[in-house]
Design a protein around this ligand. Structure first.
Ligand code: MN3
Length: 241
């Protein structure tokens, strides 16, 4: 197969998988963990792999629709705007507002990518303990047991001040897993870790159904965790070590 045939075949394969788009390599880490977040030169809202009501009763349909179609879309728009303004700044050689737009790009970029992964780590067929042995072993080695992990993940996520995220991540230096409390999603881009499982604990993610009972919401979230998706993220994260 020459290069042209190979490219043609790859693009056809990508189209079948619904991931067509130049500059979006199939089987990349980004595609595996986030879906299609970028198309035709701009960031886009990735489609969900399930219906808005598919995670009922743990995550309600109204919250899912608002969260995906309004909140996540706002991050996508904010990121595109910030990058456009930064491009204009380069063009005009006027960096007077570079601090503002850099912060905006980090905040909205953090929001876009974390939400894209958040949708992936949930599934109507989720919950229970991870079936993937490599991931299960890593959790046992890093946290002593699955129960130890679950208690730690819930406690850390519930204790995030105000708005933020609880994140299970792969730490490539020690080759172990670690739990983060993210209080500012814009800071996530600074870390040398690759997120594997994230729970959105901003109030918009649960308030309609759970009000101030964040712990109950986290329990509900654990009932829809898509461990196969997390295992896939873990594979890609380690492969890119
Ligand atoms: Mn959110």
């Amino acid at each position: 197969m020459n290069r042209r045939e190979y490219l043609k075949k790859s693009l056809a394969g990508a189209a079948v998988l619904g991931t067509a788009g130049l500059g979006f390599a199939p089987n990349s880490y980004a595609e595996a963990v986030m879906g299609e977040t970028w198309r035709n030169g701009e960031y886009v809202l990735p489609a969900l792999d399930y219906a808005y009501d598919a995670l009922e009763p743990h995550i309600d349909a109204q919250t899912m629709e608002l969260h995906h179609s309004r909140h996540h879309q706002a991050y996508v728009n904010g990121l595109n705007t910030a990058l456009t303004r930064l491009a204009e700044a380069r063009e005009k050689n006027d960096f007077g507002l570079v601090k503002h737009w850099s912060r905006e790009s980090a905040f909205h970029g953090g929001g876009h990518f974390l939400h894209a992964m958040f949708w992936k780590v949930m599934s109507p067929n989720g919950g229970g303990e991870p079936g993937n042995r490599t991931l299960r072993n890593a959790i046992n080695e890093s946290f002593g047991s699955y129960d130890g992990f679950k208690r730690h993940f819930k406690a850390a996520s519930a204790a995030v001040e105000g708005s933020g995220w609880g994140v299970l991540a792969y730490e490539p230096n020690s080759n172990r897993l670690i739990i983060h409390q993210v209080e500012r999603q814009s800071d996530l881009s600074l870390w040398a870790t690759r997120p594997l499982l994230m729970v959105d604990v901003w109030e918009h993610a649960y308030y309609l159904k759970y009000q101030n009972r964040r712990g109950d919401y986290i329990d509900g979230f654990m009932e829809v965790v898509n461990w196969d998706a997390v295992a896939q993220m873990y594979d890609h994260a380690r492969a890119a070590r």
